[in-house]
Design a protein around this ligand. Structure first.
Ligand code: FE2
Length: 428
């Protein structure tokens, strides 16, 4: 039976150091290191390092990843030119092309400690080439990570030829989540209708909902209220997510106050993608230039579950990225002004436990006896420390096996009046 023991671990919710015992891919014991029982088999000495559940990526586009500049660069930097550039690249898709790019990014994610991924996949393609490739990949990587696939109608459901039928075909092909893009539909009414279609399909097939919602600097774009209301009326509640929601950065105070109540009451999740939306939004503004982000601080204060996502990785909308959730959370702290100590801890949860709620992982996530042995050894003493120094996990453990190792290598510094010494930027 496959066995692993990780000793001298610092947990977020326990004062004393603990040993974690793993057998056959499941956590079978969490016991104080002081009372360490003798145990055979492979052992990792965490030496007081922080051990946490894995990171969760609540919003990425694996089908478009690693296509920046193909066939042309997005020169204006707008979301809209990105959609045009992608439409050109989409015509060139093959199964092998999608598999190779998506798998490469998944490998980066696991190296960073991400073991649960929700990927959107453009289904406004009569061939559904990318979707079939991602469904195939979901099975191939199942022993290492969980992949959820969203049917994402990039060019609309109602305003795109045969859009509704393509969503039905995506369900038949095996998606986990239904998407929509109401602000991109031709009219407000088409936007509302597109949401009704997505919710109806989700309810009929027992699937989740994740809408690209109000990703535009238009204070008139108000589809979050529709998503929240449909979530409440259908009873789907927390199984529904509104992603991006950047128009919230432009809403007036009176409407914001009203909306926070509607969203909180509905139980839906919000996903903010700070790196990409700081890059894309405000492109049509002169100065002052808007930030174009969801109301992270205010929604958290209203009791809404908000998570941070990466969104794009080297594609027509965002040229950079290594799929690192800590880089995303770091950007989120800056963008949403989460500078309080509690807020920085919250930012860590927004790429972990809060993102797990978006994916509806339930008992499949968390450090507890009986749960899958998925966790990280982080060379840091707190979430604050992880974020400030942006450290990578030394060990990523998935299903009880070490799947990624990163040596914690300090910088050797020679300084006047001192012997050469190691610097790792820690405050001791
Ligand atoms: Fe997105």
């Amino acid at each position: 039976m496959q066995r692993l023991t990780v000793t001298d671990c610092r947990l977020l919710d326990r004062a004393e150091r603990v040993d974690i015992a793993v057998d056959a891919g499941v956590i079978t014991g969490i016991t104080p290191t002081e009372s360490r029982p003798a145990r055979s088999g492979p052992t990792i000495d965490a030496a007081g390092a922080l051990v946490t559940p894995p990171y969760v990526e609540p919003h990425i586009h694996l089908d478009t990843a690693l296509t920046a500049g193909q066939p042309r660069w997005n020169v204006s930097g707008t979301l809209w030119e990105g959609i045009e550039r992608w439409a050109e690249r989409k015509a060139l898709l093959t199964r092998e092309d999608v598999l190779a790019r998506a798998e490469e990014v998944l490998r980066w994610q696991v190296a960073h400690g991400v073991l649960h991924v929700r990927s959107h996949c453009d289904v406004t393609d009569p061939e559904l080439t990318a979707l079939h490739a991602l469904v195939e990949l979901r099975e191939r990587v199942r022993d290492v990570l969980d992949l959820q696939i969203v049917a994402f109608p990039q060019e609309g459901i109602v305003s795109f030829d045969d859009g509704e039928r393509l969503m039905e075909r995506a369900v038949a092909a095996g998606v986990d989540v239904l998407g929509a893009i109401p602000h991109f539909e031709d009219t407000r009414e088409d936007g509302v209708r597109s949401l009704e279609i997505a919710f109806e399909l989700a309810a009929r097939h027992g699937l989740l909902v994740d809408v690209h919602c109000d990703e535009i600097d238009d204070e008139q774009s108000r589809f979050v209220e529709v998503v929240a209301t449909l979530a409440r009326r259908t009873g789907l509640g927390g199984r529904v997510t509104a992603s991006h929601t950047t128009a919230m950065g432009s809403y007036n105070g009176a409407y914001s106050r009203k909306l926070r109540r509607i969203v909180a009451r509905s139980g839906i999740n919000l996903v903010c993608n700070p790196m990409v939306n700081l890059t894309l939004q405000g492109r049509f503004d002169d100065y002052p230039k808007r930030r174009g982000l969801t109301q992270v601080k205010e929604m958290l204060a209203a009791g809404v579950n908000v998570a941070f996502g990466h969104d794009d990785v080297m594609d027509p909308w965002f040229p950079l990225g290594t799929a690192d959730p800590i880089q995303v959370a770091h950007a989120g702290i800056l963008a949403a002004q989460l500078s309080g100590q509690d807020e920085i801890d919250e930012a860590f949860a927004m790429v972990g436990e809060r993102a797990a709620r978006v994916l509806d992982l339930g008992e499949g996530y968390g450090l507890a006896v009986g749960r899958p042995a998925n966790f990280l050894v982080l060379p840091a003493d707190s979430p604050f420390d992880v974020l400030r120094r942006q450290v990578r996990p030394t060990h990523v453990i998935s299903r009880g096996r070490v799947v990624a190792e990163t040596p914690a290598t300090p910088t050797r510094l020679t300084w006047p009046g001192r012997a050469p010494e190691d610097v790792d930027f820690a405050r001791r």
